[in-house]
Design a protein. Structure first.
Length: 408
C-alpha cells in the first residue's frame, strides 16, 4: 500500500456484542451522519492533522462474540441503559443492521468459568483442537477482508478479562509456541492467545484493550516483529488509572511521600459481572495497581478494590484516598471521585488506536507500537508510566511521521 495514502480499513472486535464495541460502532455511524462531534478523540488534535489518518466514518465493522446477539440488539440495550438520545439510535439502525452478517462465533478455550458460562452452545470448546481454532479464526478474518475489499483489518480485543496465565517456556519463542499449538496443549494458552496469533498470521494490526496477559505473549510479539505486523497492549487507560498516571508525578516532583493510596471502584455491565469473579479480577488489579511503584520508585501501601453493582450498568465510579507526608512529618490527604460511562470513555480511544495502528501498518512498522503507551494501563515494552511523558512519546511520533510523510 502507498505509505502516504489510506486504504479501506476494517475493524474486527473480539467481544463485538459488548458495550465498548457497540459504542465504537454507534459513534462512528453517528459521526458519519453528523449526529455527534469527536470529543475524546486524541487524533483530532492539531498535532495529527497532517498524518492522513483513516476517517472513522469510513471504517467497516465486524468481529467475534460468544453470545448470540446482533449489533442492533446490543445498541438498543446500550442506549436504553446509558440514557443516550434515542433519536441517534433511530438514525443509525440501518448501519448497525449491515454489520450483523459480519459477526462470527468466538472461542472460549481456557478463559475461565466466568467467561465460558456466557457462551452459547455453538461456541468451540476443548473438542476443537488449537490448530483448528486458529484456522477458523484466520478464515473469519480473511473472509471479512475479502468480502469488503479491505486493505487493512485492525483486530481490537474488547472481550471480558481472562484470569492471569502463568508463564510457560512455550510463551517465549515462536517455534516453541507453534509446537504448543500443534500439540494441542490447551492449558498453556487462553482464547485471547488464539485471537492474537490468528491476527498476526493474517497480517492484521492487533490491539489488546483488556488486562488479559495471555493476549500478547512474548512469542507472539516476536512473530509480529518478524511479519512486520503492528501490535500493542495492555488494558485501556480510561479513568482511575489515567488520573493516577497524571497525579503521581505531582507528588514525586514536589518531594511529598505517598504513604497510602486506596482506590474503590464500583461498576456494572458485563465487565463488572466478570470482574466479580476473583480469578478474573486478579488480572485487572495487576494492571491498575502496578503503576504506583513504577512512577514513585517505591511502593507505598496501596490497594485497588473492585465491586460489582448491577444497577450501575455502564456507569462506573472510582473514589481514591491518598495519604501523604509533607514538611515536618505532617500527614495530609487528597481525595478524588471519578464518575463516567465506561464505554463512552473507551470508544473514542479505540477509534484513535485503530487510526494509529492503520498508519503504522501503512508505514510497515512491525512489533510493539510503543508510542501508544498513553492509551494503556500496562503498556508493553515501555517503562515510562507518567502520563505527560507518555503523551509526549505520541506527539513526537506524530511529528516525525508528519515530516516523513511530507518527504515521501
Amino acid at each position: 500500500m502507498n505509505m502516504d495514502k489510506t486504504g479501506k480499513t476494517g475493524v474486527f472486535f473480539i467481544g463485538a456484542s459488548g458495550y465498548i464495541a457497540t459504542a465504537v460502532m454507534a459513534g462512528a455511524l453517528a459521526i458519519k451522519k453528523g449526529l455527534c462531534d469527536r470529543a475524546g478523540m486524541v487524533t483530532e488534535l492539531p498535532a495529527f492533522s497532517g498524518l492522513g489518518l483513516i476517517d472513522p466514518e469510513d471504517m467497516v465493522f465486524g468481529g467475534w462474540d460468544i453470545r448470540p446477539s446482533s449489533p442492533l440488539e446490543s445498541a438498543q440495550n446500550y442506549f436504553r441503559n446509558s440514557q443516550l438520545p434515542s433519536e441517534i439510535l433511530r438514525q443509525i439502525e440501518g448501519g448497525l443492521i449491515e454489520v450483523s452478517p459480519e459477526i462470527c462465533q468466538g472461542v472460549t478455550t481456557n478463559c475461565g468459568k466466568a467467561i465460558e458460562s456466557l457462551s452459547s452452545h455453538q461456541t468451540p470448546g476443548r473438542e476443537m483442537t488449537l490448530a483448528a481454532q486458529v484456522k477458523k479464526l484466520r478464515k473469519d478474518l480473511s473472509g471479512f477482508r475479502e468480502r469488503n475489499s479491505l486493505d487493512c483489518v485492525a483486530v481490537v480485543n474488547l472481550a471480558s478479562t481472562e484470569p492471569p496465565l502463568e508463564h510457560r517456556p512455550s510463551h517465549e519463542r515462536v517455534d516453541e509456541f507453534e509446537e504448543c499449538i500443534a500439540e494441542d496443549r490447551q492449558d498453556e494458552i487462553r482464547a485471547s492467545t488464539l485471537y492474537s496469533y490468528a491476527a498476526v498470521l493474517e497480517g492484521c494490526p492487533y490491539l489488546n484493550f483488556t488486562p488479559s496477559n495471555a493476549a500478547l505473549l512474548p512469542a507472539i510479539v516476536k512473530l509480529a516483529e518478524t511479519k512486520c505486523v503492528p501490535v500493542m497492549g495492555d488494558d485501556g487507560k480510561t479513568g482511575e488509572t489515567l488520573v493516577k498516571s497524571a497525579l503521581l508525578p505531582m507528588f514525586l516532583y514536589r518531594n511529598l511521600e505517598v504513604l497510602s493510596w486506596e482506590g474503590f471502584n464500583i461498576l456494572g455491565n458485563m465487565d463488572g459481572q466478570i470482574l466479580n469473579d476473583p480469578e478474573n479480577k486478579e488480572s485487572k488489579i495487576i494492571t491498575k495497581d502496578g503503576i504506583m511503584g513504577k512512577v514513585l520508585g517505591y511502593n507505598p501501601h496501596s490497594r485497588v478494590h473492585i465491586h460489582y453493582v448491577p444497577s450501575l450498568d455502564d456507569q462506573k465510579t472510582a473514589w481514591n484516598f491518598i495519604h501523604f507526608k509533607g514538611f515536618l512529618g505532617t500527614k495530609m490527604s487528597l481525595q478524588f471521585i471519578w464518575q463516567g460511562y465506561d464505554s463512552v470513555l473507551a470508544a473514542p480511544l479505540v477509534l484513535d488506536l485503530v487510526r494509529l495502528s492503520e498508519l503504522s501498518n501503512r508505514r510497515s512498522e512491525g512489533g510493539l507500537m510503543k508510542h501508544l503507551a498513553s492509551f494503556f494501563k500496562a503498556p508493553q515494552g515501555v517503562d515510562e508510566h507518567r502520563f505527560y511523558e507518555q503523551a509526549e512519546m505520541l506527539f513526537s511520533y506524530a511529528s516525525l511521521a508528519d515530516i516523513k510523510g511530507a518527504h515521501t
